[in-house]
Each structure stands twice: as C-alpha cells, then as structure tokens.
Design a protein around this ligand. Structure first.
Ligand SMILES: Cc1ncc(COP(=O)(O)O)c(C=O)c1O
Length: 421
C-alpha cells in the first residue's frame, strides 16, 4: 500500500506555500511535479557527465551510459522487448509529427486512416496533415455520449469498409478520463492489417503499461506527465522501426533508436527520466510488494515498476471516488465522463465537469485564488469538447489528481467549489 506521507516527502514542490497557503496541484494532466530523484539525476548529469554523444573521453562515455540506462529503464516501464525500441524526443507531439512522416512513406493516396473524437490533438493534428499531404481518407471514430467509451460497432463498421492502414487511438482520455480497451481495439484493427498507434500520455501516469500484452505497433507517452522532466518517448515494434525510413541527417545512425532521435537530445531530460523511474522502482520495491505476483514474468526492475503503477492505480480509485461523489453532490454539476463507482477501473482520476449556466474559466480562477490549480477549456481535446457541444460555452473544468494528492486535498477543493456558484 502506498505511504502517501513518505511519497509526498520526495516532492519538494508539494510543500511550497504562497502567503501561508498550501499549494494544491490538481493540474496534473497538464504536467506533474517531480521527485528529488529527478532533480538529483539532472544535477548530477549536468555537473559530472555533460557531453555530446559518442566521444572516447570520460564525460562522453559516462553520458552515453546514462542515456543507455534511461532507454533500458523506459523499456522496463513499458515492458518493451528491447531498449532499441525506445525513442526519446522533445515531447509526444513532436515525436508523433516526426514518425507520422515516416509512416507516410509506406502509405499511398486513397488509403484510409482512423482518428477518434476522443483524442488529444497531438494524436490527431499530425495525421490530419499527413492525410492532406498524401490524399488519405480520414475516418472518425466517435465515443458514446452516455458511456464515454469508444463505439466498437462503429469501429467494426469502419474496418469492414476496407483500406484502413492506420488507427490512431488513445489509452486514456485527457478530457473524459476513460481508459480504453486498447488490446481489443488493436486486435480488431490489426486483423485487417492496420498499424495501431496508441497515445498513452494520460494512461502511463496512472497504471501499468505493457506494450507486448497490448500488441499495438506504436505507443507514445510524456515523462513530464509521469513525474519526470519535459520529454517525450515513443515506443515502436522493432521490425517497424527497422522498416521505416527516418527523416534524419546522413551521419546519424541508420538503426533505431538513433535514426529517429534527431540532432542532439536533451540528455539531462533523459537523465531525469531515469530518475523518475528510480523513484517508481523505489515505490515498487518498498510499497507494492503484494502486487509483484501479478507481474512474475517480468524482470526485477520491470516487476517493481509495474507493481508500483498497480499500487498507484489502486490508490487513485479512492481519489476518483471521493472526487466524483463529491461533485455529484454539488448542484448543477454534470460530470463529463464515467461516474458510476463500479466502473472506476475504466477511468483515470482525471475528472471533467460543467456547471449549469457557469463559465468554466470563472471556476478555475476562483480555485486559483485559493491556491488550487486546475485546468479549464478544451485542453486540446478539441474533438471531444465539440462532440459534447461544449465548444462555445468554454469547455470543461478539469480536476486531475495523481498518486501524490490526498483525500484531504480533494475535500478542500470540493469545499471551495461549494462557494463558486
Ligand atoms: C492525451 C495527450 N496526448 C498528447 C499530449 C501532448 O503531449 P506533449 O505535450 O508531450 O506533446 C497530451 C498533453 O496534454 C495529452 O494529454
């Protein structure tokens, strides 16, 4: 079980106060705070091993060792087959733009791609540009406005229309909080030969991710959403990474990950990502031992990381429960996502809501005055907000706890919300 006090002690930002008022970070779907292990790794990197890649001298050799270890640790977090399948980059959006160009080289005019109305624009915009450049057909998968889940019948209908070469879907929605059945969807799309590209930016901070079990072809995530520095990570199946031509300069590696890691990378960011994985490894070792048996087939670090994420997921269900039931008790609130307690295993604790006749921005401003940080608007889930008919009314208020948040923080937030309308 998670020891939340011990966990919070690892995060210097969590104890900060402004004018005597504690900060309450519920803006986490936009970016999380970092533990001391991240800061230590970044500082150590910049003081002791700051160098470019591939030199025969001490700093460069040690720098390469850190980068190598960061790739290996990320492979363990995602249960990738090999660390060569892990590609670091600036962020999820840049990596997706970049690899979408490479995927475009194996597509032809008239091919179809599937995008969804639930996705963040980071998993839509790059594909729309590609479709425009190549003359691809774009097919849209909706979500059901009652269940807030993808409509599988519609997915099957799209598949049966033929020519589907790629499906870009999300693991967890940054707006609705829904966790999607990526494994089943992947099977469905791959049966007809489509490449499955999964945006896991909002899932990885909240649960164990196993790319081999999901069976998808690509999966992207962003360390800054799971307590690390501002970085992006793309995982791809080795055979696809090998087959795809990368947009790269000539002297760069001709094999993955190097061929997709363009230019000089943010080495200190990779070091910091290693730091966050050391932090999660500590949770797995120290507080999640009872879950190791669920991951017995994994190597020791991978087992620790997956058990840590499982423990985090279990704890976060209590946060979802307190937040959703508290919001339900407030007059005029509509929760824009799964709100039945029995279905909380199908949601992350990111909860979006609207209030009758109330602008979402006014609510976040009121919360901000109480040092409670939350987001409002569409949060780049443009299609989802449009489908729900909320585009012209300012979108939603989004409260996004993670494992370092407490039930007390949720209660305090609900207390302030009571005074907002
Ligand atoms: C679901 C989802 N996908 C993609 C992104 C974009 O990530 P990045 O900032 O790493 O490009 C975000 C950012 O909020 C997101 O929530």
């Amino acid at each position: 079980m998670l020891d939340i006090n011990k966990i919070r002690e690892q995060f210097p930002a969590l104890s900060l106060k402004d004018n005597g008022k504690q900060r309450i970070y519920l803006d986490n779907p936009g970016g999380t705070q970092v533990p001391i292990q991240v800061l230590d790794r970044m500082e150590k990197y910049l003081i002791h091993t700051n160098a470019n890649h591939g030199g025969p001298f001490r700093t460069s050799i040690e720098s390469d060792e850190v980068l190598d270890e960061a790739h290996k640790a990320m492979a363990d977090l995602l249960n990738a087959n090999s660390s060569d399948e892990i590609i670091f980059g600036a962020n999820m959006t840049s990596l997706t733009f970049s690899v979408s160009r490479s995927i475009g080289r194996i597509l032809k005019p008239g091919d179809s791609i599937l995008l969804t109305r639930m996705d963040h624009d980071g998993n839509i915009g790059p594909w729309l540009h590609l479709a425009e450049d190549l003359g691809l057909n774009v097919k849209w998968l909706k979500f059901d406005l009652d269940s807030y889940e993808y409509d599988f019948n519609e997915a099957e209908k799209i598949i049966n229309e033929g020519d589907l070469k790629l499906a870009a879907i999300n693991y967890a929605s940054n707006c609705l909080g829904t966790i999607n059945n990526v494994k089943a969807l992947t099977e469905l799309f791959q049966k007809k030969g489509a490449i499955v590209f999964v945006d896991a930016v909002q899932y990885v901070p909240h649960g164990p991710t196993n790319v081999q079990d999901l069976g998808c072809d690509f999966l992207v995530c962003s360390p800054y959403k799971f307590f690390g520095p501002h970085q992006g990570v793309l995982w791809g199946k080795a055979e696809l990474l090998e087959k795809l031509e990368a947009y790269k300069v000539r002297p760069a590696d001709n094999f993955a990950p190097g061929k997709f890691e363009t230019g000089t990378q943010l080495h200190e960011g990779q070091a910091g990502t290693l730091g966050v994985l050391e932090y999660l490894n500590w949770i797995g070792d120290d507080m999640a031992y009872e879950y190791h048996m669920y991951f017995s087939e994994l190597n020791d670090r991978s087992k620790n990381l997956h058990a840590a994420m499982y423990a985090i997921q279990e704890y976060e269900k209590t946060l979802s429960n307190r937040l959703v039931s508290g919001l339900k008790n407030l007059k005029g609130v509509t929760i824009r996502g799964i709100s039945n307690k029995n279905d909380f295993s199908r949601r992350v604790p990111t909860v979006s809501f609207t209030v009758e006749n109330k602008n979402p921005e006014e609510i976040t401003i009121k919360l901000a005055k109480n040092n409670i940080f939350v987001w409002h608007g569409h949060n780049y889930a443009l299609e989802a907000v449009k489908l729900m008919g909320l585009e012209d009314s300012g979108g939603v208020v989004r409260i996004g706890p993670v494992h370092y948040n407490t039930l007390e923080e949720i209660d305090l937030t609900l207390e302030v919300l009571k005074t907002c309308w």
